[in-house]
Design a protein around this ligand. Structure first.
Ligand SMILES: [Zn+2]
Length: 90
């Protein structure tokens, strides 16, 4: 059995970029508008739910809907990580 901390994995990936990493789980919901924020969720459904909600309520004043869901068990980088959106300002 592999014991893995998703939080630790999220920190490894985004610890330097993100201003906040919250909750815990395999699926990361990222908002790249303004500064990067990461919310971890246990299931993809929950992550999709949160994304839908934030797409309506917006993540902040300068929200450009640069939101995405990353499966932490998948080691490939997302498009947003390779090419952060223009609105992303660390
Ligand atoms: Zn946003």
């Amino acid at each position: 059995m592999v014991i893995k901390s998703w939080r630790a994995e999220a920190k490894r990936r985004w610890g330097k970029k993100a201003i906040r990493i919250q909750e815990d789980g395999q699926y990361a919901f990222l908002t790249w508008c303004g500064a990067l924020e990461v919310t971890l969720l246990p299931t993809r459904d929950k992550a999709e739910e949160l994304k839908k909600e934030v797409n309506i309520t917006r993540c902040g004043g300068d929200c450009a809907l640069n939101h995405e869901i990353i499966d932490l068990s998948d080691s490939r980088l997302s498009d947003h990580e390779i090419n952060p959106p223009l609105s992303y300002s660390p």
